[in-house]
Write a new protein. Sequence first.
Length: 291
Amino acid sequence: MQSVAAALTMVRGDAFFLKAWLRHYGETLGRENCYIVNHGRGDDVEKLAEGCNIIGIPGDPHPNFDMKRWRMLNNLVQGLRCYYTHVVVGDVDELVVVDPAHGGSLLDYLRDARPKRVLTPLGLEVIHRTDIEPAEIIGPILGPRRHVRLAPHYSKPCVISHGVKIARGGHFTQFEHLIAPDELYLFHLKFCDFNTYAATMNARNQVTAEIGTGIQDTAIGRHWFAEARGADREVFDAFARLPMQEGFDLSWVRWRMKRSWAPRGETGFYAFKRPDYDGQYVLPDRFTGLI
């Protein structure tokens, strides 16, 4: 049994993303090293995550959902660090991968990685080009989906081997150094499939409807609210209009991250600038089937 790395997430439903999370981290790290907070103690999560460590908690809607969630995840990360060198923590639709060009699995990579640090993979959002990618996803996601866009908000400090506090949403930590290895990526899957996106957003809109408070009165992302959602088809149609970028050299993005690295006000957290980049890339063939 390995004690190099564990993976931690929290989920309520979201079977599509949970299957991808389990396929990736379960096969890479071993299901016995996967920790899933089952918000609402759903039977679907229990069945899909058999062999993992499942922590059931009440699922009552709460306006401070995200604040409570990250307070708990912070504490679980530090507890798991008593037994693992590294803990990979994030949402169920976020997967950390090693560039196949580097060689080896995520476990191999972390086995060789220095401890007492925080690693920040480069965030890439997998987008469903509905105009040219009609195939349904019935297995691996990368292959049927080949297009990504830069997602600075998902360049998250999510591989933890140091006793640091993580900010709500997982976007910042109190680790003072930015370590963004060239070979690490975080794939955000929210927009990887049109039908899944619509179903997921319907479920999240229902949660906020049950809470009964507005956007200004909650610690939940704006995108959970129906009034801030927009038209689903328009969101995906817009992906086709993103300028296509040549190649896949993203070293300039990491350079900009490092150049803008600074304390985040007086919060104790550190951050880099996170501009919106207007463009898309085709993933190289080496990524096909990786997740």
